[in-house]
Design a protein. Structure first.
Length: 100
């Protein structure tokens, strides 16, 4: 088992490896929402290019049945780097990133 610097444990769910138990749990919740007809599908690790060759990866892009798309980042701990990149993404793209 691999541990993250913030003590998150990589967790496997449904044949996929997630960075933390919390992220795997959110994927399971999203799968339930798909079965329930609220979500069409979701993508993992959508990437956003930022100025200066910087990239940001959210945890999920969620495509809802009502037509809207939301972006989520599952956080156990908010780092200064995350806060800075989140602000950069939200200023460069017409989206907001929700913290789960």
């Amino acid at each position: 088992m691999i541990y993250h610097k913030f003590h998150a444990r990589q967790t496997e769910y449904n044949g996929r490896t997630f960075h933390s138990k919390k992220e795997a749990k959110r994927a399971q919740e999203l799968d339930w929402l798909i079965r329930g007809g609220e979500v069409v599908f979701y993508l993992r690790q959508p990437m956003f290019d930022l100025p200066g060759g910087v990239t940001y990866k959210a945890d999920f892009a969620i495509y809802w049945t009502d037509g809207h798309v939301s972006f989520e980042d599952v956080k156990g701990y908010r780092t200064k780097d995350f806060v800075m990149k989140k602000k950069m993404v939200e200023s460069q793209y017409p989206i907001s990133i929700e913290e789960a």
